[in-house]
Structures are given as C-alpha cells and as structure tokens.
Design a protein around this ligand. Structure first.
Ligand code: SF4
Length: 621
C-alpha cells in the first residue's frame, strides 16, 4: 500500500513529498496511529506547543475515500496547547476523502509562517497564498472566499479546512473546522495552526484511491454496510441525530447539569433531538460515504436567536451549552452553536468554560472567592452578567473569548486555567486539562475508568462505555453496579477505537461492529492477505501505548484521575442520587493496569517489548 504525505514547511512556504514505508503502516495503519507514532518520533520533548517546533499531522487512513462505509473522515494530531500532552481529534464531512483525491494521504505542517497564509492542493500541486485579508474572519466567510478563488462553488466538490478567530488568537479551546460546520475540536489544535499563521487548506483532485483487490473489497464492504445499517442505533442516529441521547442520558440521571452539580435537567425534552426534529430541522446530512446521515441541518426563522440554515447542534453541544449552563431554550443553543462554529471553537470545552464562569460568578456574589479575585472578575466581566441560564451573557462571552477581550482573554485558556486563575480550581471539571463531555460517571460508572485513562484527557471517544452501560451494545450492563467485566470492555474499546481512528472510519459504527468486521475490507484495500483480527487489535493496543508514552516522556499526564467533585460529592438527584465515582474508579483502575501491563499509569518495559515498541524503551527505563 502506498501512503504519500506532503511535508509543508511554513517558514519557507515550501513542500516536499515523502512516502511512508509500508512496514510502518502495518504497525500503525494511518490516521491517529500513524500520527501518534510520528509525533513521538519527531516532536521534541517538552517544547511549547505554540512554538514553531510543534507539528500538526493531518492524516487519512487506508480506508479513507475508498467508498467503504463511513470512510469520509480524517484525523489531526499534534502536541496540545490545552493539555500539554499528545492532542488529537477526528472530523467528518468531506475533507478526508478530498485530501486523498488531491494526491496526498496526509500532511505534516511544520515551522511557522511570518504572515497569514492559506494553502491549496489540487492534483498534487501545492500552492501558498497570502491570507492577510482572511485573518480575523469567520470560518464561513473564509470558505466562501477560498471557494470563489478556486472556482469551486459546490460544497460537494473539494473541501476547505479553516481556523476561525479563536484559533488565530491562540485560544486553547479552538477547533479546526472543515466544510464550515465540522470540527476536529478536541485538545485545541487550532491554536497550533494559529501560531503557525495557517488560516486554511483547500483540497481537490481526481486521484483514484488504490484498492488491491476490488472484487473482495466490494463483497466485504457490502457485508459491513449491511451490518451497520441494520443496527437500531444507526436508525435512531439518522432519525434524531446524536441529540437522541438527551432524553436517554437524562433519564439515567447522568446528564451533567449546572456545571456538574446535578444529574438531571428539567428542560431536557425542550433541548432534545426529538424537539429539534419537530421544530427546527431543515433536513439531515451525511459525511462523505455514509448513508446514516446523522448530522442535523437546522434554522431559527424569527426572534432574538434567528439563525440561518446551518449544521448542528450535536448532542455534546446541546448539553454543554444547555443543561450545564441551565439554558433550556433550543433556539438560543442553535444560535450559540452557529457562532461557536464560525468563530472556531470546540463546543464541549467552550460550554464547560462558560458553566465554570457561571459558577465562579455565583461564588463571587456569595463571597466564596478570594476578595481580590472576585473584584478582578467583576471588572473583567464589564457589562456581562453570567447568571445561570443567561443566554445573552453566553453570546457576549463567546465573542469576547474569540477575540480575547476582557474576561474572554482568560476564558480562551479553557475551564481549568479560568478556574485556577480565580482561585477556585475545583470549579472546572476536567481530566488532564481537557474538559469532560456529557456523561456523568457518577451515573454511568464505567465512564469513570474511561475518562480517567483516556490518553488525550477527559474524553468519551477513547472508550464510549455508555455503549454497554446504557445502550446495551454489545450487551447491557447495570450502569451503577461495580462489575469487573466492564474493565475489559473499556480496555477493548480503547484498543478497537484506536484502530477505527486509524483506518479512518466513523466510531458510530462500533455499536454494530467489532474489530473482526474490519479484517476483510482492510485485506482487500491493502493486499495484506495474512492480516488477522488479533493483529488488528494488537495494532490498537500499540497505538494506545505510544500515546501514553508521549505523556510519560513529557513527565505529566500519565497519572489517571477524576475531578474532586465527581469523586467526593454525591449526585443530589435522579436515579444515581447519592452516588460518587470514587468506588468505581478505585475498583477498576488496578485491574485496568494489570490488563494493560502498566504500573502507575506507565507502560512496563515488557509490555513495550511485546508490542514491538523496543525503540521507545528509553522512555520508561
Ligand atoms: S454516522 Fe454521522 S458522523 Fe458518522 S460518518 Fe455517518 S454522517 Fe458522519
């Protein structure tokens, strides 16, 4: 299998082609795995993530753009300015396949430009364009201008990846956006592009993605598509989008509310996928190569939250902007989502940062912050009054965060730094600096282990334990019971999801599939006829260990923990009332380390040898 990357040197505005050896692909596949390996090899230890020494890897995988079901995605990897450890994020839409069609399977962005620049890649030709007039502009405007310049108006031909003002202004919670509304959001890698002064990348081309055995590919691909499409969760995703989860998670008492102080939100139905479908849905939409079409296209016609036709909001956004700030007005959430996309934010991190601000404001009013800090907070807020449920204050705060005005200058650093700055570090709910997503581990106890051990910080997409604790896939467990079988499932998902992110395909198929389902289709594409299911899962385990090694080498981020509030303060309401996440984490973590072959969060030398990672033994010895 051939895998061509372009190394783009922004200092010189030059690019050169490089081929990735097939032996490396066999160990890491592509996407997240290849990115993690290259980052560990090439990014010097302990550098400032916003310095020119950091690199950004924008990578497809062996299945991207092949026509295999849900293969319209790409993965971004680099050192995170938010967490200081390895950051990565995945996005759908059209960009991944069009990058491959443009002639390259991946891009490595190196150095930093002296002035704003955007890049076009068309049929292997890489050109650099001054981007001064795009600097400061939103993602939607940027896409429009670039498409006009490239004479490619159709959103289905070619693709634009861009950062918004949030990334330009080095916000650590900024998202890399593509196709206007799709986000590689987590871990703030857009700030790294901002520091490099890279505003956007346009890709288009007619290269055919190589498939070693087309007949076998068509057969295997058909089987896989049928299995995924027939699963009931795929059907629900198509009908109501990811926001179908609002009522489900709320009914389990695990819907974090009022900055993680409650587990249920009384206005959950009014911000649910069902309500969205009834009132604001224009149509649904899919990523390239996917018939599930889980994306929502929505609009608000009138009133203060009037919003043009645009994509979203997704479940995580609805929760982070809604229940966690007590905003129960879906029209306001659609508006804030639109703004957050255009300005280029990770909506999970932004929502958590806003709910942290609301808590800090409440504490300042009650005299629970250090006096000097309370005074400074009030001064920085100016005319913003971030009371619970105040959508207007949220909108103002989003603008100010994007351009770092007043309180926005500190909000742009993310929830953990905001709370720390104002002397109340426990007001930010994060793991390793990454704000947590929409599942309270006090009500879904496998998520305690999933969050604590996620390599990029608090994240639901390394292991989505909700799948078995709540949704019954592959089988239903009691979300409140301590059950050691669940430790094996979390580890399994972490390894399998590493494979999924490296192939690169959509994780929403993992309700229906396991790693054995991808062997045939990968053999057909790559020609690796001797590839086995065990080998594929071992690749996932290898990737998980490489990511962990990055943290070990940095000297932080490998200790697995949960925020104090989730460990010590019981939920006051709902089916999980009285529960904390402490018992589950203490029960699960030792078993998890035993299964992983880790000690205190670090891979043991024998584990690295077993996984063929001898070249990194120096990190743990
Ligand atoms: S299920 Fe949704 S997110 Fe996944 S590929 Fe399909 S449309 Fe995209």
């Amino acid at each position: 299998m051939e895998f061509r990357i372009a190394r783009i040197d922004l200092r010189e505005w030059k690019a050169r082609e490089e081929k990735i050896p097939e032996s490396l692909l066999r160990k890491y596949l592509g996407g997240r795995g290849l990115g993690a390996y290259l980052a560990l090899k090439e990014i010097p230890p302990k550098i400032d993530p916003l310095s020119p020494e950091n690199k950004i890897y924008i990578l497809t995988g062996p299945l991207t753009g092949t026509g295999a079901f849900q293969s319209g995605r790409y993965h971004v990897v680099g050192k995170s300015p938010l967490t200081g450890i390895l950051g990565d994020s995945n996005s759908g839409g059209q960009f991944g396949p069009w990058l491959r069609f443009s002639g390259y399977d991946g891009l490595v962005i190196e150095g930093a430009s002296d002035e704003p620049v955007w890049i076009s890649i068309v049929d292997g030709e890489i050109e650099f364009h001054p981007a001064k007039r795009l600097w400061g502009k939103g993602v939607i405007h940027t896409e429009r201008v670039i498409r006009a310049e490239m004479k490619t108006p159709s959103e289905y031909v070619g693709s634009v990846l861009a950062i918004g003002p949030a990334g330009e202004n080095l916000s650590k919670i900024a998202a890399i956006m593509n196709d206007r509304y799709r986000a590689a959001g987590r871990t703030g890698l857009a700030a790294v592009l901002g520091a490099k002064k890279l505003k956007a990348i346009f890709v288009k081309g007619s290269r055919k993605v190589e498939i070693a055995d087309m007949k076998k590919f068509l057969e295997e691909s058909k089987k896989l598509t049928k299995k995924i499409m027939e699963h009931p969760i795929s059907e629900a995703l198509g009908k109501y989008g990811t926001a179908v989860l609002v009522n489900i998670i709320n009914s389990h008492g695990a819907f974090p509310t009022k900055n993680w102080t409650r587990g249920t939100f009384e206005k959950a139905f009014e911000i649910s996928g069902e309500y969205l479908a009834e009132k604001y849905l224009v149509t649904n939409k899919g990523c390239w190569g996917c018939a599930i079409r889980c994306a929502r296209v929505s609009k608000v016609d009138t009133g203060p939250y009037r919003t043009p036709v645009s994509e979203g909001p997704e479940y995580e956004t609805i929760w982070a902007f809604g229940a966690n700030t007590l905003i129960g007005n879906l029209e306001a959430l659609i508006k804030i989502n639109y703004l957050a996309n255009d300005l280029g934010f990770d909506t999970i991190s932004l929502g958590n940062t806003m709910s942290t601000l609301m808590e800090l404001y409440e504490k300042a009013k009650k005299g629970e912050l250090p006096e000097e800090k309370a005074k400074e907070l009030m001064e920085l807020l100016g005319d913003i009054e971030p009371t619970w449920g105040n959508a207007e204050a949220f909108i103002q705060a989003v603008w100010r965060t994007a351009y770092r005005h007043g309180i926005g200058d500190i909000m742009a650093e993310g929830a953990a730094r905001l709370a720390e700055y104002f002397g109340s570090p426990d007001s930010a709910i994060h793991v390793k600096g990454l704000e947590l997503p929409a599942y309270d581990p006090r009500g879904i106890n496998s998520m305690a282990l999933a969050y604590a051990t996620a390599n990029r910080g608090g994240c639901h997409l390394r292991s989505y334990a909700v799948s078995f604790d709540v949704l019954g896939a592959p089988k239903k467990y009691d979300p409140l019971a301590i059950d050691m079988e669940k430790v094996e499932l979390v580890k399994y998902q972490q390894d399998y999801f590493s494979v999924i992110d490296s192939l690169v395909v959509c994780k929403f198929n993992t309700f229906a599939t396991d790693h054995t389902d991808y062997v045939g289709v990968l053999q057909a594409v790559t020609g690796w006829e001797d590839l086995t299911a065990d080998e594929l899962l071992e690749i996932g385990e290898r990737i998980y260990n490489v990511e962990r090694l990055f943290a070990v080498r940095e000297g932080h981020g490998y200790k697995d923990y949960l925020p104090k509030r989730l460990l010590e303060t019981p939920l006051p309401d709902g089916p999980a009332a009285g529960k904390t996440a402490k018992e589950a984490l203490e029960a699960y973590l030792p078993k998890y380390y035993e299964l992983r072959g880790w000690e205190d969060g670090k891979p043991k030398p024998e584990t690295l040898k077993r996984l063929g990672l001898d070249e990194f033994l120096y990190i743990v010895s």
